[in-house]
Design a binder for this molecule. Structure first.
Ligand code: ADE
Length: 418
């Protein structure tokens, strides 16, 4: 079995941590148990490009229980948990190709190695498998039934491929399920981003000014949690409705140029490039801390920052201090990559439970229905989304009311007025 991980002797520690994560993933465990007996993925080959974390390991176990043959590589060079990679190889016999801190060439070599499984299904977080297949390995298209996509950035890329008529196979946008983005993007990113910032800096958020760039589901979560830690939150936006929502949620909204002079912490979560750039770095206070929680490391213009800096040094783990020619210091966390995964452990198990339940059920759905799908981006079928919501509530022992027949009738009628 081929693999490339840092150190197999880390497997035991990885196994313990995976067991711990699994305790917080009841929905995925229930799916795994059903997969074990029904084998809906028997001999289905899956290439997965995901953050190699304890939660991803539980998903890999579920897919394997369903009969799938899986190869896993990382969806970000800094997010791999090396002990988890070791555990999956040594104890689960799943070929994993990922090492925390790998360079760009190794990152892509690992993608090619994961694709050696000749997938029926691609499982992406950021669409790197889909991009690589379309650009360089089109011979693989022959066997592919469909793909799944985990994140907003990937879904945007894939929808643009579909619009341009270049998408060569159907994709299920797992991100678009309610049981994914309303929880993972908001509560997962909210908590894990603040966790990453605190682990990297050990600075106090209370009383600080915290600038959040972008008020999508992730931005809403980061703003909410920074606020909860006592920071004064400023939101920057380009969309008038989102800006208005941020105002009514109680935050200050202003341009980044203004916010740049006020922030102690800056976190980008927009999915776009150069959100923090030259003119903002110049305006920042001495010692400002900047980081990104969007999928790609493009939101902070690090090239400009390098050019403007006279000196750069690693001052703490995950913190690089840039000294600008104006004498001020700007601190970048996790090389501008996803701070929640680079400096912490990513989203907690209980939200990944729902995200990865969607992944597992989407894989089973396309295995059964792939032939009927067009080369488009589909949402997760509503029955799957609602079922995951029901299972999660049941696992949390939360009971809810049911509509009376009379109430159901009222909701579908139009003739009962005043
Ligand atoms: N994305 C964000 N958090 C994650 C996690 N814990 N595992 C896998 N992917 C993630």
């Amino acid at each position: 079995m081929g693999y490339d991980v840092k150190d197999l002797s880390l497997a035991e520690m990885g196994g313990n941590r995976v067991e711990w994560a699994a305790q917080g993933m009841p929905v995925l465990n229930a799916i795994k148990d059903r997969f074990s007996s029904e084998k809906p993925l028997q001999d289905v080959r899956i290439a997965a490009c995901l953050h190699v974390t304890t939660e991803t390991a539980v998903l890999m176990q579920a897919l394997k229980a369903g009969g799938a043959i899986v190869h896993l590589c990382a969806s970000n060079p800094l997010s791999t948990q090396d002990d988890v990679a070791a555990f999956l190889v040594a104890r689960e016999e799943i070929p994993v190709f990922s090492i925390k801190g790998e360079d760009r060439d190794t990152y892509y070599r690992h993608i090619y190695q994961a694709l050696e499984v000749k997938p029926h299904i691609t499982m992406d977080d950021g669409a790197d498998l889909v991009s690589t297949i379309h650009a360089e390995q089109r011979e693989l298209l022959e066997d592919i039934i469909a793909g799944t996509e985990e994140t907003t950035t990937g879904v945007i890329r894939l929808k643009s491929m579909a619009t341009q008529g270049v998408l060569a196979y159907p994709i299920i946008a797992v991100n678009d399920a309610n049981t994914k983005h309303l929880f993972d993007n908001r509560y997962g990113t909210g908590q894990s981003t603040v966790d990453g910032i605190i682990r990297a800096t050990n600075r106090l958020l209370a009383g600080s000014t915290f600038v959040v760039a972008g008020y999508g589901w992730c931005g809403r979560g980061v703003a909410m949690r920074a606020n909860g830690m006592g920071a004064k939150v400023i939101v920057t936006e380009v969309d008038p409705l989102r800006a208005l929502e941020a105002v009514m949620d109680g935050y200050q909204v202003m341009t980044m140029q203004k916010a740049a002079t006020r922030g102690d912490f800056f976190c980008t979560v927009t999915g776009d490039i150069k959100v923090l750039r030259r003119e903002h770095f110049t305006a920042m206070k001495d010692g400002a801390v900047i980081c990104n929680s969007g999928h790609f490391n493009v939101e902070i213009d690090l090239e400009a920052l390098e050019e403007m800096s006279e000196e750069k040094r690693q001052i703490r783990e995950s913190v690089e201090e840039y000294r600008l020619s104006n004498g001020k210091r700007v601190n970048v966390l996790g090389e501008g990559r996803l701070v929640n995964l680079a400096a912490a452990e990513g989203h907690p198990p209980s939200v990944m439970d729902m995200s990865f339940a969607n992944q597992a059920l989407a894989a089973s759905y396309v295995t059964e229905n792939g032939a009927t799908l067009e080369k488009k981006v589909y949402g997760v079928p509503e029955e799957i989304d609602r079922e995951i919501g029901r299972l999660k509530l049941a696992a949390m022992e939360v009971e809810i009311d049911q509509l009376l027949p009379e109430q159901e009738k009222y909701l579908t009628s139009w003739d009962m007025g005043t």
